[in-house]
Design a protein around this ligand. Structure first.
Ligand SMILES: Cc1cc2nc3c(=O)[nH]c(=O)nc-3n(C[C@H](O)[C@H](O)[C@H](O)COP(=O)(O)OP(=O)(O)OC[C@H]3O[C@@H](n4cnc5c(N)ncnc54)[C@H](O)[C@@H]3O)c2cc1C
Ligand SMILES: *[C@@H]1O[C@H](CO)[C@@H](O)[C@H](O)[C@H]1NC(C)=O
Ligand SMILES: *[C@@H]1O[C@H](CO)[C@@H](O)[C@H](O)[C@H]1NC(C)=O
Ligand SMILES: *[C@@H]1O[C@H](CO)[C@@H](O)[C@H](O)[C@H]1NC(C)=O
Length: 541
């Protein structure tokens, strides 16, 4: 029974949607009761008796504990409302056999599974589903981080957070690191499988450029490693979004060497303090600087000085240097003197303390804070773009006017170049390598609840994105998978799903790698069990 493929998977899926859309309108929180009951029975009967599964199953009947588990990893409060579609069940898997049962039973019951690790998906795709009844396979119990300094490697389970990974590395060595994302609460599962980056990317490339092995549960419930899954599937889950291919249990990663002291800095310039000149100069140097140096710009609208009602744009230059401040200052003096970086701006710390600095925490904070899984939460919208040539100066000036007009959305510029430009665009599914000066993240954060406020803030973000059209990549207008953006389009996973994906998000996220992802998907999951609103479709042929 375990490996029986559904007959006519596409057709049965379509029927399934049409039935459940109707029932959804009556009872948004639940699917067909008998399917649910039978699914739970299946989970229990399939699970290994030495690892009983029932106490890891939560349904709305469990009341407060169900809500608490659901909310525990909602990282975008935009999706913490009473009208947000809810799973009919959450499985907080503790053992691999639980994951295997979940896949096999969901498949035979035609149910949609959402996989959640750290819950940081910007559009909530790991815990929300539009349309069909779904359950969450919650991976937060898979959080072991096993660092082996002898071989410069670590096995990291997907439910671990980046903060936990960094802390466990630093516990064993002050000169090892892992080049991954900046926010410590981000989960390994989505981050690594989506191609994560951090402030060492110009030196070491992406998170996925340092993955050596992986363990995954496939659509037939088999537990596979790199050797048994083969190089194609192993390639796909390093940037193609693993949720289209299987459930990743753990990644084996190669650590990198860093010096005992690294240097960080944060320097602000408003328009009145010549921000335009400095940003303009940054555009021409940021991707060409020494590979040890990464300077991010964050642009926000703030009150102008003087206490009036005037607004200005403030650029924050947030720097990370894999070396000491003396060498940093000499590089800055020769290559980017316009920023006027001074010794007093430089903060020399161990690498692990630099993680605190980059999280806007005092560097005196005990590093145990990195084990804290709960960030401060708010409502978020993100979009992304790639810039291939500098924005003309009048373009920058108009951008500031636009930002001041819109008020809310900010922007983050993350420089490329260095190692990023050396790795081939098809080495991993992440295609945005050589030829990019920087990536833009558009960001809107807000605290006030309500659909109307959310709609307005999302709209403001779209307008800034619209304004940027002449300055960013086109054909396709590229986007970063880990900055999940539902505006690019969604897949209904029916007939025509290949075209639906290709035309909307497929080529934007993956460029020429999209078709290889589709071929791999078609081979490993022809029935499209592992699907979501922006998953890799199967080939139409
Ligand atoms: C505050 C914040 C800061 C961020 N900073 C950075 C950054 O510095 N660099 C960067 O690159 N990105 C960054 N991101 C984006 C982040 O990398 C992505 O949102 C990432 O997908 C989150 O992973 P997660 O496990 O927390 O998310 P989840 O929401 O749990 O998962 C995201 C996606 O991956 C799938 N998935 C999760 N686990 C598994 C698994 N075990 N097997 C198969 N599929 C799985 C989910 O189904 C979903 O489709 C940031 C996001 C936030 C909210
Ligand atoms: C999410 O919503 C629930 C229900 O309204 C609420 O109790 C909870 O505090 C919210 N979570 C956060 C972090 O605001
Ligand atoms: C801004 O530029 C002007 C003209 O080059 C210069 O006189 C002034 O000192 C600069 N201001 C700052 C804060 O750098
Ligand atoms: C900015 O100015 C507005 C009034 O124009 C005021 O309400 C707000 O508190 C100010 N913000 C900050 C951070 O000072």
């Amino acid at each position: 029974m375990a490996t029986t493929k559904p007959i006519l998977p596409t057709l049965s899926f379509l029927l399934f949607i049409s039935i459940t859309v109707a029932s959804c309108q009556l009872a948004p929180a639940s699917s067909d009761d008998s399917t649910e009951a039978s699914f739970v029975q299946c989970l229990i009967s399939k699970s290994n008796p030495s690892h009983p599964i029932s106490k890891f199953i939560y349904t709305p009947n469990d009341g407060a504990s169900y809500s608490a588990v659901l909310q525990a990893y909602i990282r975008n409060l935009r999706f913490n409302t009473s009208s947000t579609p809810k799973p009919f069940l959450i499985l907080t898997a503790l053992h691999v056999s639980h994951v295997q049962s979940a896949v096999l039973c969901a498949r035979t019951h035609g149910l949609q599974m959402k996989i959640r690790s750290g819950g940081h998906d910007y559009e909530g795709l790991s815990y929300v589903s539009s349309g069909s009844p779904f359950f969450i396979l919650d991976m937060f119990n898979f959080r072991a981080v096993d660092v082996d300094i002898e071989t410069d490697t670590a096995w990291i389970q997907t439910g671990a957070t980046l903060g936990e990974v960094y802390y466990r590395i630093a516990e064993k060595s002050g000169v090892h690191a892992y080049p991954a994302g900046i926010c410590p609460t981000v989960g390994v599962g989505g981050h690594v499988s989506g191609g994560g980056y951090g402030n060492m990317m110009r030196k070491f490339g992406l998170t996925v450029d340092h993955v050596a092995d992986a363990v995954l549960v496939d659509v037939d419930g088999r537990l596979l490693d790199r050797k048994s899954m083969g190089e194609d599937l192993f390639w796909a889950i390093r940037g193609g979004g693993a949720a289209s291919f299987g459930v990743v249990i753990a990644y084996k990663v190669n650590l990198v060497r860093v010096p005992e002291l690294v240097t960080s800095f944060s320097v602000f310039r408003t328009l009145e303090q010549n921000a335009t000149d400095v940003v303009d100069r940054w555009q021409h140097v940021a991707d060409k600087l020494d590979d040890d140096l990464f300077i991010r710009i964050t642009l926000t609208v703030v009150n102008a000085s003087g206490g009036g009602t005037g607004r200005t744009v403030r650029a924050r230059f947030l720097g990370f240097f894999i070396g000491d401040s003396a060498r940093l200052l000499s590089i800055m003096k020769s290559d980017f003197p316009e920023l006027g970086l001074a010794q007093s701006d430089c903060v020399e710390t161990s690498w692990i303390k630099s993680v605190l600095f980059w999280s806007d925490l005092a560097i005196s904070t005990p590093t145990e804070i990195l084990l804290n899984r709960t960030p401060s939460l708010t409502r978020l919208k993100r979009k992304s773009d790639y810039v291939k040539k500098p924005i003309p100066r009048d373009g920058l000036e108009n951008l500031w006017k636009k930002m001041i007009e819109l008020q809310l959305p900010g922007m983050v510029f993350n420089p490329y170049g260095g190692r990023m430009a050396e790795i081939a665009a098809d080495a991993t599914p992440f295609p945005h390598r050589a030829g990019n000066l920087w990536k833009i993240q558009y960001l809107a954060n807000w605290n006030e609840g309500g659909d109307e406020v959310a709609r307005r803030n999302v709209e403001l973000t779209r307008r800034l994105y619209e304004f940027m059209t002449p300055f960013v990549s086109k054909d396709p207008r590229e986007a970063f998978l880990n900055y999940r953006d539902i505006d690019l389009g969604v897949n209904h996973n029916g007939k025509g799903s290949y075209e639906e994906a290709r035309r909307s998000y497929g080529v934007r996220y993956f460029k020429q790698n999209f078709n290889r992802l589709v071929r791999i998907k078609t081979k490993v999951d022809p029935g499209n069990f592992f699907r979501n609103e922006q998953s890799i479709p199967v080939s139409p042929h």
